[in-house]
Design a protein around this ligand. Structure first.
Ligand code: PMV
Length: 326
């Protein structure tokens, strides 16, 4: 007889304003978007921990770790999920093996929070084998494990993936839901590469150490942009939100996380009629976020950008966040 499986799914995220600066206590505006990771978890009779995703698979046993897919990289990809599983088993005071199968609609490593969504859905699916902790608990456990991916994680990705919607996040004050007066028509583009969030966060850390007063000024500008964007989103002034995204992009370029490929893709969005466009997430040559004036406009923009040879798709805000499937 196969073990009963417990499923949970969590959405991707985009950062509209404030990435990187959020690590140093600045506010950020994020949204959960309609692409999900689903985790299925069940008891593993051998007592081992087996994790399988589309990009890596492996087994943790008393003999250590053995990769099944992705070879040498598998351990780095799976360790945070293993850590999350062990924390949940320990918190539920059990000593059992667990198997987790993940399936994802979120492109990996382009700033859409696929590792956070994997952690959140894994914590929830494994927890529901034993108990039913609340969302705050699940989010906290996921953040602790995400810190293995990069130790300075602001926690923002896990927050928005757990709670969904459009949120204002601050590392010390937590999150606040934002109600936009007009719905935001978002577009996501993929410049083709993948990034390591930890490496890019460390790069910004080095920039900050070497340029302390410049970084302080840039962080102040980022804070002002985020504040102005909040007012514009709440009052439905999308024509102000777009240019603020462009200003935010300039700050990201100054701290060294932009890339020629993402800049070309940003240009492609702006030429196709987007109100604004910027990197989303850690940066490098990964994901770009753009804003259109309406859903109809975003359809036209996505088609134009795709005709230019780029990968681009429309995204809707996901207000549900974590779903525990029963
Ligand atoms: O690229 P992602 O999805 O890992 O997002 C990272 C966001 C940062 O602000 C750069 C880091 C953080 O912990 O908030």
């Amino acid at each position: 007889m196969t073990a009963k499986m417990h499923a949970a799914s969590a959405p991707a995220k985009v950062i509209l304003f404030g990435e990187h600066f959020v690590v140093y206590g600045n506010p950020a505006i994020l949204a959960a978007v309609n692409r999900r990771v689903t985790a299925n978890a069940g008891i593993e009779k051998t007592g081992d921990i087996i994790i399988k995703s589309e990009i890596a698979a492996g087994r943790y046993s008393t003999q250590g770790f053995k990769a099944r897919v992705a070879g040498a990289e598998a351990k780095a990809i799976l360790d945070p999920l293993h850590d999350a599983i062990m924390r949940v088993i320990a918190a539920n005071k059990r000593k059992v093996g667990v198997r987790v199968d993940l399936s994802s609609e979120i492109p990996h490593g382009i700033g859409l929070g696929s590792s956070a969504a994997s952690c959140v859905s894994t914590v929830a699916a494994v927890d529901s084998i034993f108990a039913r902790h609340g969302r705050e608990w699940i989010c906290r456990k996921a953040i602790e494990s995400e810190r293995l991916v990069h130790e300075n994680s602001s926690g923002a990705d896990c927050y928005v993936s757990t709670f969904g919607g459009l949120i204002l996040y601050n590392r010390t004050q937590g999150y606040k839901r934002i109600e936009p007066k007009r719905s935001l028509s978002l577009l996501i583009g993929n410049a083709g590469g993948t990034h390591s969030t930890g490496d890019l966060v460390a790069r910004v850390g080095r920039f900050r150490d070497r340029n302390q007063s410049q970084f302080r000024d840039l962080a102040l500008s980022a804070r002002a942009i985020c504040k102005a964007a909040l007012v514009a989103i709440r009052s439905g002034k999308l024509e102000q939100v777009g240019p603020l995204m462009n200003e935010n992009q300039e700050l990201l370029a100054k701290i060294g996380v932009s890339h020629i490929k993402t800049e070309n893709l940003i240009d492609a969005f702006l030429r196709a009629g987007a109100l604004g466009a910027k990197i989303t997430g850690a940066g490098g040559d990964g994901g770009v976020l753009a804003l259109a004036a309406s859903a109809q406009e975003s359809h036209v923009i996505a088609a134009r950008v795709r005709a230019g040879g780029w990968d681009s798709f429309q995204a809707e805000i996901d207000s549900k966040g974590l779903i525990i499937h029963r």
